[in-house]
Design a protein around this ligand. Structure first.
Ligand code: MG
Length: 165
């Protein structure tokens, strides 16, 4: 079976006056992530990891931040489109390992909801999705609470042949 691995990274500024979305889950917090879309750094990292595994470029090529069609878009919709492309190219999700780096808010209580939402969007089992959350120990912009960063690794495998084909 052919397998492919992809890596994604993203970072967005935390600002007043925006809702906070992480991994497709809205989290109550006084600040949210700045972006042309909803700023969901976690889903952007997963999109880039899937695209990277496929050798299909990156999220900025597929959904340019100069395109008004993506202004304020729900990043879940961006991931759905990436998953459609992935399936059309004959790939399935093996597993996803996502790490969020945020000084605040504390994310442990939201981990299950984020895993479930990513699994739903990818059409896979929650057991195939890992979400880890850590702080940056007070270091740099993430550590000062000015931004949230995310990295993701995704394994893809070939879609199994249909019975009778
Ligand atoms: Mg982004």
């Amino acid at each position: 079976m052919t397998m492919r691995i992809g890596h994604g990274y993203d970072v967005h500024r935390l600002v007043e006056g925006r809702p906070l979305f992480l991994a497709g889950v809205q989290i109550q917090h006084p600040r949210g992530l700045l972006g042309h879309s909803d700023g969901d750094v976690a889903l952007h990292a997963v999109c880039d990891a899937v695209l990277g595994a496929m050798g299909a470029g990156d999220i900025g090529q597929h959904f340019p931040d100069t395109d008004e069609r993506y202004l304020g878009i729900d990043s879940a919709e961006l991931l759905r489109r990436v998953v459609t492309l992935m399936r059309d190219e004959g790939w399935c999700i093996g597993n996803v390992d996502l790490t969020l780096c945020a000084e605040e808010p504390r994310l442990a209580a939201h981990r299950h909801a984020m895993r479930a939402r990513i699994a739903e969007l990818l059409g896979t089992s929650i057991t195939c999705v890992s979400v880890k959350a850590k702080t940056n120990e007070g270091l740099d912009a993430v550590g000062r609470g000015e931004a949230i960063a995310a990295t993701a690794i995704v394994l893809l495998h070939e879609k199994p042949a249909q019975a009778g084909t």
